[in-house]
Design a protein around this ligand. Structure first.
Ligand code: F6P
Length: 559
């Protein structure tokens, strides 16, 4: 259903611009006549048929509401959307971000060969390699103790000051790879403009041994600028002199002038390029905290893992292509079943930041409502991405996944081995991931619920009353993404998998996955409202809600 007045769209919204869409609608009706349990019962080879390996990852997509015909139709849909051609254009550096006239070349950052990649007549590979060499040198200097703070002590605290893509990716990777963290290095993040964030960081760091990385592609993001200024002032307040700041502040930015203006020494500024989007930038020098915390060898291994997934995405046929399949399955649920949300549930405590990072990668990329030509979409694009670690979520929101009225497809992300071999913890964790996907798929029928209650010795009357509450509808889809262990390589491949899934979906929805104009309005309005809070004489000329809240803020702060 399309609401023309506010342009929100819900329900089943087929991609009718593609000829195969009609057949997919019919396929949906056919699928509605059966269920996952029956599909498994009919075909003992379903797992073999609907699973594949790539770049150290294994995808089981057999617990999806699909048949070989569905897969074939989704493959056709992708051909009609010209996905193979789009992948080619993406990798060869075409300006796929057409509203900003830029390519999206995060894959160049993890490329393992020396083949040239041209952007506006310039091969970008030499600069990428030079930046990697600079990261390697800095890492070596910090870890060997050669890089010292203003009192001569070695660096032990790495503090990333950045937000959005200049924060979420590095944090997720570092925490995801906790067992690889160098024992003498502590990592910290200051992202929010909320003073609580910076105040808490100050409690845990030491000015003499802290290295701040001001990570901002634009060097104009208010949160990062203010936090960086506050940190610099803190260093001065703690006894550092102005000339000491160079030893404690690095920057990663494409805006070198602004970073220099802030006071960062030009030698300590690491480049960013406008052909890398913020949410795809952890592979660039934005990944500096990754290298400094985990070691350069592990940063390189991360890039290698991502490259392997890039190569798979670039070369595999669509219906054997892991990112393309995840994207198409998502479109199947979003546009043909009306699913508006998608859960990513890592069964690995270290990966607790994965859903946060993927929220930006996915929702900032495909949360769009016009197509490439600026025409309003007549179908829905971009589900809500959410999730957290299992098994914790099982005791919180899984209830809604199992018995709620919404269809929420799930990705279970599960390593077969843990870094911590303690008793039976890991087999239990793995068993829980499996049992959740099994419960979602099979559910519990009314008869099964009744039989269970009868076995417990309940009366017929009690059974009739209770049984409906115990029914679990089942037939709820999930993917399982399995890796032998969470290593730099497998995590690199996993993140690249989701990046390319998002690209696939953006192509199907015909949106520009690489701009983010929607976040600008709030920033502009914030610039207008901030002075009204500070200057109590400034006129209250906004809407009545905003004016009322400003008045309250003024009243409370004036005491
Ligand atoms: O506000 C959104 C955004 O532009 C993201 O796309 C980006 O990752 C983040 O802000 C931070 O931007 P920057 O690295 O320029 O500070």
């Amino acid at each position: 259903m399309i609401n023309q007045s506010n342009r929100t769209i819900s329900g089943v919204t087929p991609l009718s611009q593609y000829p195969s869409s009609e057949a997919l609608l019919q396929e949906k009706q056919a699928i509605d006549q059966t269920n996952l349990k029956a599909l498994f019962a009919e075909d003992s080879k379903r797992f073999e048929q609907f699973s594949l390996k790539a770049a150290g990852l294994f995808l089981d997509y057999s617990k999806n509401l699909m048949t070989p015909e569905t897969l074939q139709l989704l493959g056709k849909l992708a051909e009609e959307a010209k996905l193979p051609e789009a992948i080619k254009r993406l990798f060869q550096g075409d300006k796929v971000n057409h509203t900003e006239q830029r390519p999206a070349l995060h894959m160049a950052l993890r490329k393992q060969d020396d083949e040239a990649i041209w952007v506006d007549g310039q091969d970008v590979m030499p600069e990428i390699k030079a930046t990697l060499a600079k990261i390697a040198t800095l890492t070596q200097q910090v870890h060997s103790g050669k890089w010292r703070g203003y009192t001569g002590k070695p660096i032990t605290h790495i503090i990333n000051i950045g937000i959005g893509g200049s924060f979420l990716g590095p944090k997720m990777i570092i925490e995801g790879l906790t067992p690889y963290i160098k024992p003498d290095i502590k990592h910290h993040y200051i992202a929010n403009i909320d003073p609580n964030d910076v105040a808490e960081a100050f409690k845990h760091i030491d000015p003499e041994t802290s290295l701040f990385i001001v990570a901002s592609k634009s060097f104009s993001t208010i949160e990062t600028k203010l936090n960086a200024e506050t940190c610099r002032q803190w260093m001065l307040d703690q006894g550092a002199k102005a000339e000491d700041i160079a030893k404690h502040f690095l920057a990663v930015s494409s805006n070198v002038d602004k970073a220099v203006e802030f006071g960062i020494h030009p030698d300590n500024i690491y480049p960013m390029w406008d052909w890398v989007g913020g949410r795809y930038s952890l592979w660039s020098a934005i990944g500096l905290p990754i290298a400094l915390t985990l070691g350069f060898d592990n940063f390189e291994a991360l890039l290698k893992g991502a490259y392997q997934m890039d190569e798979h995405f670039r070369t595999a046929p669509i219906t054997e292509n892991m990112p393309a399949l995840l994207g198409l399955i998502g479109v199947w649920y979003h546009n043909y079943h009306g699913a508006t949300a998608h859960a990513v549930l890592p069964y690995d405590q270290y990966l607790s930041e994965l859903p946060n990072h993927l929220q930006q990668v996915d929702m900032e990329s495909n949360g769009k409502s016009v197509n490439h030509d600026g025409e309003t979409l007549s179908y829905s694009s971009g589900p809500v991405i959410w999730g957290d670690t299992g098994t914790n979520g099982q005791h919180a929101y899984h209830q809604l996944l199992h018995q709620g009225t919404l269809l929420i497809p799930v990705d279970f992300v599960v390593p077969a081995q843990s870094h911590n071999d303690i008793g039976d913890h890991h087999p239990w964790l793995f068993a829980n991931a499996l049992s959740q996907s099994q419960a979602l798929m099979a559910g519990k029928t009314l008869d099964e619920a009744k039989a269970e209650l009868a076995e417990q010795g309940l009366s017929t009357e009690e059974i009739e009353k209770l049984a409906p509450h115990k029914v679990i509808p089942g037939n709820r889809p999930s993917n399982t993404i399995l890796m032998s262990k969470v290593t730099p390589e497998t995590l690199g491949a996993l993140v690249a998998l989701y990046e390319h899934k998002v690209f696939t979906q953006g192509m199907l929805w015909q949106v520009n996955s690489f701009d983010q104009w929607g976040v600008e309005l709030g920033k502009q309005l914030g610039n207008t409202l901030f002075p009204k809070l500070k200057d109590t004489d400034s006129p209250l000329d906004q809407d009545s809600s905003t004016n009322g809240l400003i008045s309250l803020f003024r009243e409370i702060n004036q005491g």
